[in-house]
Write a protein that binds this ligand. Structure first.
Ligand SMILES: C[S@@+](CC[C@H](N)C(=O)[O-])C[C@H]1O[C@@H](n2cnc3c(N)ncnc32)[C@H](O)[C@@H]1O
Length: 217
């Protein structure tokens, strides 16, 4: 899988289809960076979110893992001249080795898990569980198809189908349908402690904490 072919136009494709909605959803829980010491960004893409982090300001150690060298290049150029302590790693997250001294207390995965099959998402989430602290917060932004039947629901199903086909064709993603993220998260031992959404639950940002450790809202 590689997003190299779409990296330069990804920003514009997103704007045409979703206007500013994905941007808004990515930033819903941005303020969490203020309390973080170690931040892991998964499949963060072209660095627009990293730039937002720099606007808030943080001394945290940031590790950004993305398998696309072109996305990494764009992200590095956006992070250039910021005060951030960021290490870019161009690698499949499935092969990424957590170092002893990097245990993230905040993880962001924006529109990343929808690239994978449900079994792959379970594998990724289990890896995160093993490397997380008791206090780690995992912020996931992603699509969800709540209701069947309504006109907007039908439109969203068609849009989702077209997006997945597009990314399968151009980026070779393995997903054939949207993974059911809330279901997977609960089944792997995570509890949702905050949730905001747009478009009636189609575009979401959830905050997850390991079950038993979270303070419920
Ligand atoms: C749909 S894009 C989302 C980009 C960005 N997070 C956003 O919100 O716009 C998915 C990103 O995940 C990266 N990616 C896909 N598979 C990956 C993998 N196995 N390991 C690391 N990054 C991956 C892609 O290169 C791409 O940057």
């Amino acid at each position: 899988m590689s997003f190299d072919r779409v990296a330069n136009c990804y920003h514009w494709m997103e704007k045409i289809v979703f206007r500013t909605d994905l941007e808004k959803v990515r930033n819903f829980h941005l303020s969490l960076v203020r309390d973080a010491e170690s931040i892991l960004l998964l499949g963060d893409g072209d660095g627009r979110f990293l730039k937002k982090i720099s606007e808030i300001g943080t001394d945290a150690q940031i590790v950004s893992v993305d398998s696309s060298s072109e996305m990494i290049r764009l992200s590095q150029s956006r992070a250039h001249n910021t005060e951030l302590h960021v290490i870019h790693v161009c690698q499949n997250f499935q092969d990424f080795e957590f170092s002893e001294n990097f245990r993230p207390d905040l993880i962001f995965a924006h529109f990343f898990l929808d690239c994978f099959t449900e079994n792959e998402v379970i594998f990724i989430v289990n890896r995160l569980s093993k490397s997380s602290l008791k206090s780690t917060k995992l912020v996931i932004s992603d699509f969800f198809l709540p209701e069947k039947g309504s006109v907007s629901g039908i439109y969203r199903r068609i849009l989702t189908y077209v997006m997945i086909r597009f990314f399968r064709l151009f980026c070779r993603i393995s997903a054939k349908k949207l993974p059911n993220i809330p279901k997977i998260m609960r089944s792997t031992g995570w509890t949702c402690t905050a949730h905001k959404n747009l478009r009636d639950g189609f575009i979401n940002s959830w905050v997850w904490e390991l079950e038993g450790y979270s303070k419920r809202p």
